[in-house]
Ligand binder design. Sequence first.
Ligand SMILES: [Zn+2]
Length: 388
Amino acid sequence: MLIKNGMVLLDGQLRECCVQLESNRIAEIAPTIRERPGEFVIDAADHYVLPGFIDLHTHGLQDAMPQRGDWLRYARLQLEHGVTACVPTLFAAPEELIDSMRQGLAETDRFRRTPNLLGFRLEFPYVAKAGAGLASALRPITPETTQALFEAGEGFIRIWDISPELPDAEAFVRWACDHSIVTSLAHTSATIEQARRVVEAGLRLVTHFYDTFDVPTMTDPGVYPAGLTDYILVEDRLTVEIIPDGVHVHPLLVEKTLRCKGLDRVAFVTDSVLGAGSPPGVYDGLYEGARVEVTPDRGVRRIPDDALSGSAMTQLRCFQQAVRRFGRSIPEASVLCSRTPAHVLGLNDQGVLDRGMRANIILLDRELNLKMTIMDGEIVYRADEPQR
Ligand SMILES: [Zn+2]
């Protein structure tokens, strides 16, 4: 397959180039490439050719929520939003997590049927505060619980959230590093010292930064207090997730984070739930007995208490926000939505376009609308074709 005439993101710049694909890889990127006899050609004139989006933190999309068992439909919908890699995120009690993971592994044939789903992320049960989830699902860290979840995941747990103030947090982080699981600092009231200890133990990611973090308390009148968020901003070993919908994090704090951490240490994530990517309205079944209202300006709100319950974002909208709201260039937005998330997961053949990389590619028009998704060298979504 040959993609011609597009503005291709290469080495951090947009260049008019051709991209040739061979099976599931990028074979060549060059200003001109001669077309092979019979080769399928895509004319990408007036389009940006970018690496597919990667979302580290996502619970649901439109009417699909893996935790409820919609794995195949969820994977399909993600492709229709340009996401060629994501980590379905579960938040439930251990017994339910085990059931969900078993069901997901069976339904996706261990992710062979859903190559854009990378595995599992466990946001629960090892966090100190439930956020929008159920506090009754949280558990202390024990070797038995860890082992039961690890075995049910069959090696597919990619990210595991943890609050540093829980007893045995450091030992858990060391265990996770030994098992190639990324740990993420989450839902916490930890002190700076507690956080520093889990970073020393190997923790490298921060879960939806600023959301579910405490505001530091004033202890000495006249002295401005420093808290955990300040430590995170200047700790270069940590990459932070940000939900850039303007609801979860004030735009000033997003700007501050981008300036302190740099683009290589910020990953835009959706934290999307059921109803994300859908028209505004009321949706059923976020979890047992819960309904949510999706509104573009206020995110996703639980009914009836109006609590913020995840976002209505898609990774495409995160990308658009990076450009329109936060004034970043298209190459910079791609770093936030593809390259940095790939680094976090250690995916060294995704997140940028280059020879030898996986052929996971999206085409956006000049207004940043998604026109095409290519996954492993095959067109899996075209905006101009009716969807199933
Ligand atoms: Zn979440």
